[in-house]
Design a protein around this ligand. Structure first.
Ligand code: PGA
Length: 253
């Protein structure tokens, strides 16, 4: 059974006072779900250390938006896995489309980031997704297969077991356009079949695949009711406790 993960990617938003208040609100509103759902917030780097004491010992996990694959050294602006763990992170995004598009993260860099995260026991959430022109040209499956193969192929079964995937159609991120539940399900089933071919049935069945792209309380129930959607990676709607918890409530209903 794959437990749903409700993950909030705060992107480049919020300063400390806002972040503390949002975290406090999420923590108090999360209680009613007991163990039914997993929760994760993914704030910008500067908020990780100060938020860590608030989430320590709670069911709200802390994650980072990116990492550097080297353990230390002359990599100005880089943040290593040791630094992430020191700041209380147990998850890290790898390959978010904004990293790929705006920061030009390459497939080779993403493969190194993912392996560094796994080796140092920070759970990577590997993000894949097609642009609108890919979908319109019928290239969705080819794009996803490329993103899958260049980064995940060759991992051992025990390595992939420590990863999550997130399917985020780029045209649905921050645009208010969501993939229909059927479209998301069909694509996520395709991704799970890539996992089956590469890593076998058992690993594919236990790997969580999140959906991301304009998830909100109004569409969360239908999306997360799909058999191959194991949670949500939420951007805009994760910035208020009401909508973040509203998504959790819809998913759990
Ligand atoms: P969005 O972002 O919910 O604002 O579309 C999702 C994401 O980029 O992870």
């Amino acid at each position: 059974m794959r437990k749903l993960l409700i993950a909030g990617n705060w992107k480049m938003n919020l300063v400390l006072a806002e972040a503390k208040s949002l975290t406090g609100d999420i923590l108090s509103q999360m209680e009613r779900f007991g163990d039914a759902l997993d929760f994760l917030i993914i704030p910008p780097y500067t908020l990780l250390h100060p938020l860590a004491p608030a989430v320590w010992g709670t069911k709200l996990a802390l994650g980072a938006q990116d990492l550097h694959w080297e353990p230390s050294g002359a990599f100005t602006s880089g943040i290593s896995t040791a630094m992430l763990k020191d700041a209380g992170c147990s998850f890290v995004l790898v390959g978010h489309s904004e990293r790929r598009d705006h920061f030009k993260d390459t497939d080779a860099a993403l493969a190194m980031k993912l392996r560094a995260a796994i080796a140092n026991r920070v759970t990577p959430i590997y993000c894949i997704g097609e642009h609108l022109e890919d979908r319109e040209a019928g290239r969705t499956e080819a794009v996803l297969t490329h993103q899958f193969n260049t980064v995940l192929k060759g991992l051992a079964a025990d390595q992939i077991q420590n990863c999550l995937l997130a399917y985020e159609p780029v045209w649905a991120i921050g645009t208010g356009k969501t993939a229909t539940p059927e479209m998301a399900q069909e694509t996520q089933c395709f991704i799970r079949n890539l996992l089956v071919s590469e890593f076998g049935e058992d690993t594919a069945a236990s790997t969580r695949i999140l959906y991301g792209g304009s998830v909100k309380p109004e569409n969360a129930k239908e999306l997360m009711g799909q058999p191959d959607i194991d949670g949500a990676l939420i951007g805009g709607a994760s910035l208020t406790a009401d909508s973040f918890i509203g998504i959790a409530a819809a998913a759990n209903s």
